[in-house]
Design a protein around this ligand. Structure first.
Ligand code: PLP
Length: 426
């Protein structure tokens, strides 16, 4: 194997405390001229002083751990630094940053499953991930999946095919239903059957640390909360050094050979945003809880794991990191798509409460009707099994303006909505 070892290590999971504290303990990289920010290594390729050095790099004798770089699809110093920060955030040995969340997910599953492998996956997944597992993988490489309700441990266990199932896959907080996975129990179950437990933590960075709860691999769509500005598509795979090294192998590693590479300029941008991720998450979560409570008091059907009536409230309380809250997303169920669309129209076009857009983690509130947007890849039956009703509106709660200013905008939109419902009836 022509690869290098031990290049992305920061903190071992056992030393993991609070994710913000772990992030702050990573080595601060200074710029080339003593700048407080690290320099951007904008080179695709790297030169050597002697031809022999190149040979030794390709033989895996010299690598990034000793500051030897070959080519930026392999390792780039700036992207590597972001990987160190992501590993610290998630409490894993290593992390590798990719060009999108989907490339992180597909690469790690290809590595772990191989042709003919089988995945036991949650019924409640982001529509794109569901489509990857249900449609693309069987056709492209004969990787099949069984979708199960992960609340039902017996169903999870009986879906495992000994010798064939390689991965147990779920989202720590599911898109869009906000079901919270019992990561400790699911991880223990997966490990009893020799599976690798892969958890998508896109919805809850800082709030949950799946690797501390037993998961082997944590994947992220950095595009969302971690970026926070809705201007970048990016992802990450956080896991053991040995897994990441295998995925980077020059001869058969999916990260190396499929090339879902992150640009160094993007890595720099993201690494500048990680230091305030904890502050942003606290405010996303704070406002989501306030709005969820007030909406519930108005008699609206609210789905938010911070509310005591949410079926996973106690579970989330018991596994969440302290003082971050219960997540920055909330859903309301308007029963029909028409009613959902009407309310979103008033919220955006009459009250300026938020923007009708998919994605999440932005500083403005984003809202979408999941059944006809980010979960439309799922057929009606799959959406029903996942618990996505046609009138479900998913809100990614932003933090611009004051809380009361934004709440009064919500109230204004709601009263317009009720007026129009009344005039339709009369
Ligand atoms: C939970 C989750 N995982 C993964 C993805 C895919 O990420 P990306 O769009 O960065 O490829 C998304 C996108 O919406 C998502 O919501």
């Amino acid at each position: 194997m022509a690869d290098t070892e031990a290049h992305t290590c920061t903190k071992k999971a056992s030393m993991f405390t609070d994710p913000a504290a772990a992030l702050a303990s990573t080595r601060h990289e200074f710029g080339e001229h003593g700048g407080v920010n690290m320099s951007i290594e904008a080179s695709a390729t790297f030169t050597v002083m002697e031809p022999e050095t190149m040979k030794r790099m390709f033989a895996g004798e010299l690598g990034p751990d000793r500051d030897f770089f070959i080519y930026s699809r392999h390792f780039n110093p700036t992207v590597l630094n972001l990987g160190r920060q992501m590993a610290a955030l998630e409490g894993t040995e290593a992390a590798y940053c990719t060009s999108s969340g989907m490339s992180a997910i597909s690469s790690v599953l290809l590595q772990l499953c191989g042709t003919g492998g089988h995945v036991v996956a949650s019924t409640a997944l982001y529509g794109g991930t569901h489509a990857l597992l249900a449609n693309f993988f069987p056709k492209a490489c004969n990787i099949t999946s069984t979708f199960v309700d992960i609340d039902d441990m017996e169903a999870v266990e009986s879906a495992i095919v000994e010798g064939k199932t390689k991965v147990l896959y779920f989202e720590s907080v599911a898109n869009p239903t906000l079901k919270v996975a019992n990561t400790p129990e699911l991880s223990a179950l997966g490990h009893r059957h020799g599976l690798t437990v892969v958890v998508d933590n896109t919805f809850s960075p800082m709030v949950l640390s799946p690797s501390r709860l037993g998961a082997d691999v944590v994947v992220h769509s950095i595009t969302k909360f971690i970026s926070g500005a809705a201007d970048i598509i990016a992802g990450a795979v956080c896991g053991s050094e040995s897994l990441l090294n295998k995925m980077m192998d020059l001869h058969d590693g999916p990260l190396m050979l499929l090339g879902p590479t992150m640009n160094a300029k993007v890595a720099f941008e993201i690494s500048e945003r990680l230091p305030h991720l904890s502050l942003r998450m606290k405010e996303h979560c704070n406002r989501a809880l306030v709005y969820a409570t007030r909406l519930k008091n108005l008699g609206i059907k609210v789905i938010y794991p911070g509310l005591e009536d949410h079926p996973h409230h106690q579970l989330l309380k018991s596994i969440a990191n302290k003082d971050y809250g219960f997540g920055g997303l909330l859903c309301i169920d308007m029963e029909t798509e028409d009613r959902a669309n009407k309310l979103m129209h008033y919220l955006q076009n009459c009250a300026q409460f938020g923007l009708m857009a998919v994605s999440l983690g932005y500083y403005e509130t984003l809202m979408s009707c999941s059944g006809s947007s980010t979960s439309s890849e799922m057929d009606e039956e799959a959406r029903r099994r996942a618990g996505i009703s046609p009138g479900l509106i998913r809100f990614s709660v932003g933090f611009v303006g004051t809380l009361e200013q934004k709440w009064s905008q919500f109230e204004k939109a709601l009263s317009k909505f009720h007026e129009s419902e009344l005039s339709n009836k009369s």
